[in-house]
Write a protein that binds this ligand. Structure first.
Ligand SMILES: C[S@@+](CC[C@H](N)C(=O)[O-])C[C@H]1O[C@@H](n2cnc3c(N)ncnc32)[C@H](O)[C@@H]1O
Length: 218
């Protein structure tokens, strides 16, 4: 279970109040173009006690636009929850597009399934299946302790020019000065520093949501 987002939209759940919220609300009011099926899934997800985990709508839209920009047809999401971002990525692709969404909790998979056109449940090793270098986009948003491993596998799975987006890289700002007993903040800080030096990628770290890293494979 993750702690999510220092700055949420009022569309999901707002915890902070004040000017930042008003500005973010303005951004949402004046840029979000949410597909009706995504609205339905978001409202269904808000009934779940862990809906705080859902990706912010404007962040999902940014990633969908990145997929369109690179003409993506194959994407992976590591940590799907109820599928808001997975569905948003699928909607950004042409008819033959495909999203592989990984989720450990069947309850969440069952919430997601009715919202997808052709859901199929499979469990296999994409690299062993010969799919290295064939994906356009990966969104990493699962257990933080395994982020480094997910990043390395994702780098193998995407093509040159493909994008890896990594969520929660600022961890409510705690990465700035991780406490000695805060393993999650230390892990994320170490990964951020590793990526900064990683010559295999182009890099941007965005202060969107709880921090979103965009890594483009060279
Ligand atoms: C922050 S939520 C993901 C939110 C989602 N990306 C969205 O669009 O709303 C993290 C999810 O990762 C799942 N998760 C945690 N560890 C996992 C693992 N090892 N493999 C797959 N999913 C995992 C959790 O069950 C949870 O649903």
């Amino acid at each position: 279970i993750t702690e999510k987002s220092i700055r949420r939209t009022s569309l999901s759940k707002s915890h902070s109040k004040g000017k930042d919220d008003l500005v973010l609300q303005y951004v949402v009011n004046n840029s979000l173009r949410e597909h009706p099926i995504l609205t339905k899934l978001r409202l269904r997800t808000l009934e779940d006690p862990w809906s705080i985990m859902m990706v912010a709508s404007e962040q999902a839209q940014l990633m969908a636009n990145l997929i369109k920009l690179i003409n993506g047809t194959k994407a992976i999401e590591i940590g799907m929850y109820t599928g808001y971002n997975a569905l948003s990525m699928a909607l950004a692709m042409p008819e033959n597009g495909c999203v592989v969404a990984c989720e450990i909790d069947d309850n969440y998979v069952n919430i997601a399934k009715p919202f997808f056109k052709e859901p199929s449940i499979k469990c296999y090793d994409l690299i062993a299946a010969g799919e290295a270098g064939t994906y356009d986009f990966v969104f990493i948003d699962a257990d933080k302790s395994n982020y480094d491993g997910y990043y390395e596998k994702s780098l193998e799975l995407i093509r040159k020019g493909g994008i890896i987006a990594i969520d929660n890289v600022l961890w409510s700002g705690k990465v700035v000065n991780p406490a000695s007993d805060d393993v999650t903040s230390q892990t994320l800080d170490a990964l951020n520093k590793k990526l900064h030096k990683d010559q295999r990628i182009e890099l941007s770290m965005l202060t969107v949501g709880d921090g979103l890293t965009i890594a483009i494979k060279r």
